[in-house]
Write a protein of this length. Structure first.
Ligand code: ADP
Ligand code: MG
Length: 297
């Protein structure tokens, strides 16, 4: 896994998706090695590991109490940050219209909010925690398409600097991921960009997509293709920028070499004020050398 990536995880029921998430949080100790930035998670203390990962479970349950407590359980954030997070997930109007505002009551398990709204509250909480890894277990229960689109939009706009791991139950939500991992029987059977996976028509991911029917499969294929093209373009630009930077660096070095040569030849015309101590030092050395040579003659 690389920095800043959106990864989709797919697989049939029992494939091991939830087990993988449980292993990342070390709810069960993994047999293999899971590393974050090269550090095995087994060497990180549990509180440190878990406070640095955000998760939005399939059926997010809220605490009974105030909305403020649900957003910021440790009361670390000022009100304006809480309102900003609510605005980011487009819940600020709903909360503003409640007379108790941030102190509004959250019923048992968040019963006075819809499933989609509960997910949005969890997203707002994740935004406030500013963790760089977000794990999302998609809701299987029906979230209306508008809410689904809003959640996806928030994920892409507000978590674009994060690693987002989505356990996907709807393939359309992960077609524009950087990578898709297909699990089967507890094993990773495919792991690549969805566009690349779709090139293998007999592959597991292609089979999942084709099961949705030709029209939907074509549409999803197009989404994957467009995203793939965008990534290629960004990579090309980055390579160009790197090349430009390298050229600039080489130019700088050439200039420095020129200046050094001139200095060595006691041509100081190009030297800036910053080079003055160096020039004086150089002259002093030269005079000392001359005196030494004259003295020995
Ligand atoms: N706590 C557990 N103890 C033993 N086996 C488990 C446990 N949880 C899940 N499993 C088994 O591990 C396999 C993967 O399950 P799971 O990770 O829940 O799959 P998925 O989330 O992809 O549906 C299944 O065969 C399941 O029965
Ligand atoms: Mg599961």
């Amino acid at each position: 896994m690389y920095h800043i990536q959106h990864i989709g995880i797919v697989g049939r029921t029992g494939a091991g998706k939830s087990s993988l998430i449980a292993s990342i949080f070390r709810l069960v100790e993994p047999q293999g090695v899971i590393t974050i930035d090269g550090i095995p998670t087994s060497t990180i203390s549990l509180p440190h590991l878990r406070t640095n990962l955000s998760i939005i479970p399939q059926d997010p349950v809220l605490f009974t109490g105030s909305l403020r407590m649900n957003l910021d359980p440790f009361q670390r954030c000022p009100d304006d940050r809480l309102w900003q997070a609510l605005a980011d997930v487009q819940l600020s109007n709903t909360v503003k219209h409640n007379p108790q505002k941030l102190e509004m009551n959250v019923g048992v398990g968040g019963s006075n909010f819809s499933l989609g709204q509960r997910q949005l509250i969890c997203l707002a909480r994740a935004l406030l925690r500013e963790n760089l890894i977000l794990i999302l277990d998609e809701a299987t229960a029906s979230v209306d398409p508008q809410m689904d689109a809003l959640i996806q939009h928030t994920l892409h706009s507000k978590f674009d600097h994060c690693v987002v791991i989505t356990v996907a139950h709807r393939l359309n939500t992960i077609m524009d991921s950087n990578k898709v991992m297909v699990l089967d029987g507890g094993q990773v059977v495919e792991f690549d960009h969805p566009y690349n996976l779709l090139q293998n028509s007999g592959g597991a991911f292609s089979n999942f997509v084709s099961q949705l029917g030709p029209t939907e499969a074509k549409r999803l294929g197009q989404v994957a293709y467009e995203r793939y093209q965008r990534i290629q373009e960004v990579q090309t630009t980055k390579t160009d920028e790197k090349q430009l930077e390298q050229n600039q660096l080489e130019n700088d070095l050439v200039v420095k070499d020129d200046e050094l040569e001139e200095l060595n030849g006691y041509v100081y015309s190009k030297s800036s004020c910053c080079d003055l101590p160096f020039v004086i030092c150089h002259l002093y050395q030269h005079l000392l050398m001359t005196a030494f040579v004259l003295g020995t003659v």
